[in-house]
Design a protein around this ligand. Structure first.
Ligand SMILES: *Cc1c(COP(=O)(O)O)cnc(C)c1O
Length: 355
């Protein structure tokens, strides 16, 4: 067994993979593959219904919010958020906390004026800016809850006078969130919810239909809501595997239970990074992510040998993003704490060998 610390597509529970593999051959005893049945069949409609129900239940999505499974990844939502929420001639506010936030901002510029309320670019996004004002006259305020590349996370959300739009791609379902604090939440599934190919969108219904824009059907949240995420053929396999993953999460005790586990994993790993003289963290401690743990070696000559040492122990996916370097241990929901302990042991053994 490998210990998969990859940043995305990320680790999925082993039992989910086994069930998914079975469904590709013979779905629920139908004698057909999940991949060759109609998305309008009662069998698949039951899958979609179950997936939607699990999202609403586990994420505690209140009345007045619609849940969608769309294609195109979080990157498409960078454009669809302003397309659907930013009125002609209006402006949108963005918090610049990394590459993904920046890409979201770039797309908004196609639709109107943008305001960057704060940025941590000058420090290579090693912290979350906190002292800023959210302009009351903007249509929405866009944030990224977890910055996958830099290893920072918003541990407290901002009080906002305008609707908050949040890219939760890399920490959705990892912790309890009050959905009512948001106007729009979106997340590519492939970090913490399922496989690549489906994007979860949770939108507050009364924010829609106010832009005066003509929005093509596929890009219009309203059309997708009316179509029940089936305006066209949905990504059946990705939705199915997400449903299995959410069921796995429910069986573990839901978001609250996994949050405790995630906190324990993060605490154990950061404690070792701070203790071990060979390594150091790259972010301001108070903003450290509980999903992507970024760290570097004190002596650059140790970097390659440490990666090799980890590889020999079955620890994979540890190489940091090129814009930060060093290591990034992604400790998503499905990564067991035993894997974190294997990594910690490797760090301690490596310290011993390099005394
Ligand atoms: C991975 C990631 C994205 C990009 O997701 P795609 O589904 O590949 O478009 C966007 N935002 C965050 C925070 C991510 O981690």
């Amino acid at each position: 067994m490998k210990h998969n610390f990859g940043a995305g597509p990320g680790i999925l529970p082993h039992e989910v993979l086994k069930q998914a593999a079975e469904a590709v051959i013979n779905f629920n005893g139908t004698g057909l593959s999940l991949l060759e049945i109609s998305h309008r069949s009662p069998e698949f409609e039951a899958v979609l219904d179950e997936a939607l129900k699990l999202v609403r239940e586990l994420f505690e999505v209140p009345e007045g919010y619609s849940i969608l499974f769309l294609q195109g990844g979080a990157s498409t939502q960078f454009a669809l958020a302003p397309y659907n929420l930013l009125p002609e001639g209006g402006k949108a506010a963005y918090l610049e906390t990394g590459v993904w936030a920046n890409k979201a901002l770039k797309e908004a510029k196609y639709f109107g004026e943008t305001i960057v309320v704060a940025t941590s670019k000058e420090s290579n996004f090693s912290y979350i800016p906190k002292d800023f004002e959210i302009p009351k006259d903007a249509a929405y305020f866009h944030i990224t809850s977890n910055n996958t590349i830099y290893g920072t996370q918003l541990h407290k959300f901002f009080k906002s006078p305008i609707p908050v739009v949040c890219d939760m791609s890399s920490d959705i379902f990892s912790r309890k969130v009050n959905v009512a604090d948001f106007g729009l939440v979106y997340a590519g599934a492939q970090k913490n919810m399922g496989p690549a190919g489906v994007t979860l969108v949770i939108v507050k219904d009364d924010l829609l239909g106010k832009t005066n824009r003509k929005i093509p059907s596929m890009f219009n949240y309203q059309t997708q809501i009316e179509g029940g995420s089936m305006y066209n053929t949905p990504p059946v396999f990705a939705i199915y595997v997400s449903m299995l993953t959410l069921n796995w999460l429910k069986a573990k005790g839901g978001v609250e239970a996994i949050e405790k586990e995630n906190d324990a994993k993060a605490k154990a790993l950061y404690t070792e990074i701070d203790r071990n003289p060979l390594f150091k963290g790259v972010c301001v401690p108070e903003d450290r992510s509980h999903m992507n743990v970024c760290f570097v070696v004190q002596n650059p000559e140790h970097e390659k040998p440490f990666l090799k040492y980890c590889d020999e122990k079955g620890i994979v996916g540890l190489k940091g993003h090129r814009s930060v370097g060093g290591f990034r241990a992604s400790i998503y929901n499905a990564l067991p704490i035993t894997s974190v302990h294997v990594l910690i042991d490797a760090m301690q053994e490596f310290q011993e060998k390099n005394k």
